[in-house]
Design a protein around this ligand. Structure first.
Ligand code: MG
Length: 330
């Protein structure tokens, strides 16, 4: 980790806040060298992904620093989960405005520490720089999967079932509930939705269990319809979703039932970090066993077919028309 930011008084923030996160991975050299070195476990490929979070775009200025740290790490872990990979290590580039103080950094580092432990990965390097712009955090995560077994976007086949984990649309509603445009929802529902926006739950154990079973997988970051569209494009298939089968949390279902939120909003809002995957119909019973064992909900929401694009069907099987297909952070 290079030392460009000699901020916060006399002490070195890398040594104080980040070096303790590098213990346990000998290739990180305690963040005292210019680079780290790693070998994958025998018979494994490295799987690599990177995702950046920008204040005001991916999180809100007042969000708690530990939650921001967890989200930065978890969106990357979610990408590894979608590929069936086990997390191993990560690099962090923290681009910090002058408003960031020692207390903020200490809490931020504690969020990283907690999630490192939970998801089994270690900081191995990065960079820390100052900016006059917004707080920006970029993480590159490295995971491992058995050689050649990464679950791709491109493997879906016509006839595959389409499945999704957890519940859809909570994070998009959580973002709305975090702003002045919030709907008048029960406070407990609002709190739940905001927590889903601030600290997503990467479906890591499910993703790892899907290796060799799922034909294709992606994590929902742009919105369910848009991300299913990415699988369709990569795989050369079409998909339909029965909107009535899309799993909603109690809070999201209540918001729809009260007429405050449309199903369209839920299916096209981002940041859920659930997994959407396709699998042959012959895998249904094995998937049920996996979901029960891991205590992760999965729902069969549609089917892949020939052709292209995603159609969303209403409760009577008629196509619904959408004005927007997904959420984009740009
Ligand atoms: Mg992704």
């Amino acid at each position: 980790m290079k030392r460009k930011a000699q901020r916060r008084g006399e002490f070195d923030l890398i040594a104080k806040y980040f070096a303790p996160l590098a213990r346990g991975e000998s290739g990180a050299l305690g963040l005292t060298d210019d680079a780290a070195h790693l070998l994958p476990a025998a018979g494994h490929d490295f799987i690599m992904t990177t995702d950046a979070l920008v204040e005001g775009v991916h999180f809100l200025p007042g969000d708690p620093p530990a939650a921001i740290a967890q989200k930065a790490l978890r969106v990357n872990i979610s990408d590894l989960a979608a590929k069936g990979a086990k997390p191993r290590a990560y690099l962090l580039t923290a681009i910090l405005p002058s408003s960031i103080d020692n207390d903020w950094l200490a809490t931020f580092a504690s969020g990283l520490k907690q999630d490192q432990k939970r998801f089994g990965l270690t900081l191995i390097g990065g960079d820390t720089v100052s900016t006059r712009g917004p707080l920006t955090l970029s993480i590159t995560a490295i995971g491992e999967v058995a050689c050649g077994r990464m679950v791709k976007r491109s493997g879906a086949q016509a006839g595959d079932d389409v499945w999704v984990s957890g519940s859809i649309g909570d994070a998009g509603l959580g973002l709305i509930q975090s702003t002045a445009q919030r709907h008048s929802l029960p406070p407990a529902h609002s709190r739940y939705l905001i927590s889903r926006y601030q600290v997503p739950e990467p479906r890591l154990s499910l993703g790892m269990a899907l290796v060799g079973l799922a034909h294709a997988c992606i994590d929902v970051s742009d919105g369910l319809v848009a991300d299913m569209g990415h699988i369709c494009t990569a795989s050369g298939v079409s998909m339909f979703i029965n909107s009535a089968d899309v799993p909603l949390s109690r809070a999201a279902a209540a918001a729809v039932a009260s007429g405050k939120v449309s199903i369209e909003t839920l299916l096209t809002s981002g940041d859920d970090y659930e997994l959407v995957f396709t699998a042959p119909q012959s895998a249904r019973s094995r998937l049920a066993v996996i979901a029960a064992k891991l205590r992760v909900k999965i729902a069969r929401i549609g089917r892949a077919g020939d052709g292209e694009g995603v159609s969303v069907l209403d409760g009577e099987g008629k196509p619904r028309h959408f004005d927007r297909r997904g959420f984009t952070h740009f």
